[in-house]
Design a protein around this ligand. Structure first.
Ligand SMILES: [Zn+2]
Length: 81
């Protein structure tokens, strides 16, 4: 019942363990800002991919910060009541 019926030898254990090693993450440099980024992805620092701007990061970040400020205002007003 759920127990190994045969003893595994050291060799078979080591053969199985030959696939356990972690592979080092490969990084490429952004062609626009020269920072280390993941390959085949839009650069998270400048929003560029293959030499052109794909993401408008400043607008996205601006919206996020605005939202946070509004949340903070709401929280403080709740606290006041
Ligand atoms: Zn970049």
């Amino acid at each position: 019942m759920g127990l190994p019926s045969k003893r595994r030898t050291k060799q078979s254990k080591r053969e199985r363990a030959s696939h356990f090693a972690l592979v080092e993450t490969s990084l490429t440099t952004c062609s626009h800002c020269k920072r280390k980024i993941l390959p085949h992805r839009v650069c998270p620092h400048c929003g560029y991919y293959r030499g052109r701007e794909v993401l408008k990061l400043e607008t996205i970040l601006g919206k996020k910060t605005q939202r946070r400020a509004e949340e903070k205002k709401a929280k403080t007003s709740e606290h006041h009541h």
